[in-house]
Design a protein around this ligand. Structure first.
Ligand code: AMP
Ligand code: MG
Length: 431
């Protein structure tokens, strides 16, 4: 008799997985190698930025009072006593009647209280003395980039648990982090099950298909900051599969299998979990696609049993494996970012379970819209390439129409610290 499985809500399933997520220890990596990693330390400004008053333009450092009364008719003349570029410090202190030629980024000379841009002065030589002529008044403090105007010493700039983006990297370099403390990345094994599977370099033969899931999942793993380990593919043979899963668990922090979690004659994962003595956290979720997604735990390690159907495999990974793996890395924003948009097309199917429609969020007709892409079936592979979001249609709703406001989970978003799909305000707009 086929086992009857009781579906649990998506949020409940996510929470069950996340209770097992304990951040890994930290390690120090070089600034060059830290992209995308999660900070294990907060980053605090240990000096002002900029660290000294400086010139934001190429120009002349002057005493503003020298220009008072200056105009077209009564031009002011100042002697140029020195020239400094970025990185130089003026040797002389500016006195009244003098100017120092200064380039962008150079420290403001002592005695100067304003900068006048190169374009606003005329240069001349009088008896061998270089001079500038100014035909206007300059206000005290003009064109000075002040010490600490960007950031004050002591400010916390980046929190522990934030990912290192290009902008964060600039901050790390600014404050002298040649090495940075980040959380270790989990090593995740990927095993694709199915006697029908061929490698990408194999020619198609009747009855077989190429293994796309393993490559897709390894790519998703990289995006989630984990280290993917391709453990190959397995024919649907219980003994061999059991051995492969057991051995794989010794090698990795987390194991992902694809296929074989349903109730078919060759779906061996449920038996394998039982034989291993693993605790199954759930094996049926009220969602489409991917209702058979199964998660089990054994000796502190989590086994994700994703569906073999590519779309279901993809969605199962994003909903359950991605946040778990990011939590292992101590990341705060570990869930998909949620937003709202209007549907760009009708979606007539009813939704007995919460449905995650592969969608493309685009700017159309002056607003952001979500367009379902490709065929909405769990066994579809091509639509995944066009999707940049999942439209969430709550269980128990009927079809949706173009223009309805729907909830979206962004696949390429910044992430979110929260996840709760149980009370979506998402509803149909009657036309
Ligand atoms: P299963 O979950 O094993 O019942 O597989 C469900 C469907 O997904 C079947 O049509 C499989 O042929 C297909 N499938 C399973 N594994 C993969 C894979 N690694 N790549 C692409 N399709 C797969
Ligand atoms: Mg199979």
């Amino acid at each position: 008799m086929v086992e009857r499985r009781k579906p649990i809500p998506v949020t409940e399933a996510v929470n069950r997985v996340m209770t097992h997520a304990k951040p890994k220890e930290s390690e120090w990596v070089t600034l060059e190698a830290c992209d995308g990693r999660v900070l294990a330390q907060e980053i605090k400004a240990d000096h002002d930025v900029p660290p000294f008053d400086r010139s934001p333009y190429d120009g002349f450092a002057i005493k503003s009072a020298d220009t008072w009364g200056g105009s077209k008719d009564t031009p002011i003349t100042l002697d140029i006593i020195e020239a400094i570029g970025a990185g130089d410090v003026a040797l002389q202190k500016l006195a009244s009647g003098q100017a120092i030629r200064i380039m962008t980024g150079a420290q403001l000379p002592l005695g100067a209280d304003a900068i006048i841009m190169l374009e606003l002065v005329k240069e001349q030589l009088t008896n061998g003395t270089p001079q500038i002529v100014i035909k206007r008044e300059v206000t005290l403090g003009d064109n000075i980039s002040r010490q600490g105007e960007d950031t004050k010493k002591g400010t916390v700039l980046i929190e522990k648990g934030d990912a290192i983006t290009p902008g964060v990297k600039a901050i790390l370099a600014t404050f002298g982090y040649a090495k940075v403390e980040v959380v270790k990345q989990p090593r995740v094994g990927v095993l694709a099950t199915g006697s029908e599977l061929l490698d990408p370099d194999q020619a198609l033969v009747p009855g077989k298909i190429r293994n796309s899931n393993a490559y897709m999942v390894m790519s998703q793993l990289k995006k989630a900051g984990a280290i993917p380990i391709n453990l190959g593919k397995l024919a649907d043979n219980l003994e061999l599969s059991f051995k492969a899963v057991k051995e794989a668990l010794d090698e990795v922090d987390v194991l992902i299998t694809t296929g074989g979690v349903s109730v078919g004659d060759f779906d061996f994962l449920p038996v394998i979990y039982e034989r291993l003595g693993a605790t199954v956290l759930f094996n049926k979720i009220a969602m489409r696609p991917g209702s058979v997604t199964t998660v089990a735990s054994l000796g502190g390690k989590i086994l994700f049993g994703l569906s073999g159907n590519p779309s279901a495999c993809f969605v199962g990974f994003e909903l359950y494996a991605a946040p778990y793996l990011q939590a292992l890395q101590g990341k705060t924003k570990k869930y998909m970012q949620r937003t709202k948009a209007r549907l760009a097309a009708d979606f007539p199917k009813p939704n007995p379970f919460t449905r995650f429609v592969r969608s493309r969020v685009e700017f159309e007709d002056g607003m952001v819209k979500a367009r379902p892409v490709g065929l909405d079936k769990s066994n579809v592979v091509t639509s995944l390439a066009w999707a940049n979001a999942l439209t969430v249609l709550p269980g128990g709703t009927r079809g949706y129409r173009e223009g309805d406001l729907v909830d979206l989970l962004m696949l390429d978003g910044e992430g979110s610290g929260e996840f709760d799909l149980e009370n979506l305000s998402n509803r149909r707009v009657q036309k």
